[in-house]
Design a protein around this ligand. Structure first.
Ligand code: FES
Length: 296
């Protein structure tokens, strides 16, 4: 609770956008340039990750930085920064260790892993060790239930964990060694991964060739292909030019009903008439032919 209060106090500072370097400013402008003209504010999410890559968390300075560049209020930036758990309100350690304590992982050992690491590190949820090496957090489902229990270090997966293996990972991190994740790219620092999440490509050769999935993850797709099954097509219920045909034909070309773009733009009167708005009604017709809606 106190960490949350500390974060809120920090956010109440006026903030100073000038603390960011010219290089950081150029990166932010590059992110803004990836969005359609007049919609640069859509770059706020990646820009907050960019801020974390610079400072290790979303500081009041970072909020001022985003607000100034996007020409929105600091309150608007703060509202977003305090909504998502991936935006940290306090300086984060070099390694963010996230232990899944959601239902499946928790029952299979995640709760015990978190409790053991918390005691060993002497920190609780969102706490950082005194040497600044590790921030611990318990996490909601990390979308790797097929490898439960899992933990991530700077969002890279360590699958099928035990208390002993998790202690080993943390011990290596604290001694300055980077253990190899079970799959995906090799570890980097929290600030480095935040720059990647902001949208700047990891160019390490070993990252480019890394396999991010596992046999378990792909089992459903493999079985569906073998059985010539596919999800009911969204296009089948609302025919459009070029729409996919029989949803049970084995041709996995159509969108499923779950892919149907939501007409979120209709809640924004100013935007609902703009054909370029991702997810707008005008995009729906395009999406029914099996192509992916912009911004999805
Ligand atoms: S419950 Fe842990 S990854 Fe889903």
């Amino acid at each position: 609770m106190s960490s949350r209060i500390d974060g809120l106090l920090d956010i109440q500072r006026p903030g100073d956008a000038t603390v960011f370097s010219a290089e950081a400013r150029a990166s932010a402008l590059e992110l803004m340039g990836r969005y359609p003209e007049g919609q640069a504010r859509s770059a706020l999410l990646p820009m907050l990750h960019l801020v974390q890559s610079e400072q290790g968390y979303v500081s009041a300075d970072g909020i001022a930085f985003c607000a100034e560049l996007l020409d929105i209020t600091k309150a608007q930036v703060a509202a977003v920064a305090t909504f998502y758990t991936m935006y940290k309100r306090k300086p984060t350690g070099e390694y963010l260790v996230s232990v899944c304590t959601n239902t499946l992982c928790g029952l299979l050992g995640g709760d015990e892993i978190y409790a053991t690491l918390s005691e060993a590190l002497g920190v609780g949820h969102e706490g950082t060790t005194a040497d600044g090496s590790i921030t611990l957090e318990h996490a909601e489902c990390l979308a790797a239930c097929d490898f439960a229990p899992v933990l991530t270090v700077n969002y890279e997966y360590f699958d099928n964990q035990t208390v002993a293996s998790a202690e080993g990972i943390v011990g290596q991190l604290r001694s300055g060694t980077r253990p190899l994740p079970t799959r995906g790219a090799p570890l980097c620092s929290f600030r480095e991964i935040e720059r990647q999440i902001a949208g700047f490509v990891d160019t390490r050769p070993e990252s480019i060739t890394a396999e991010a999935t596992g046999i378990q993850t792909e089992a459903g797709v493999r079985l569906a292909v073998e059985r010539k099954e596919s999800a009911p097509s969204y296009a089948a219920s609302e025919p459009a030019a070029g729409a996919a045909g029989d949803p049970h034909s084995g041709q996995m070309t159509g969108s499923s009903a779950n892919d149907a773009p939501l007409k979120t733009a209709e809640s924004d009167a100013a935007a609902s008439g703009n054909a370029a708005i991702p997810g707008s009604a005008s995009d729906t017709a395009q999406a029914t032919d099996g192509t992916q809606a912009k911004g999805e």
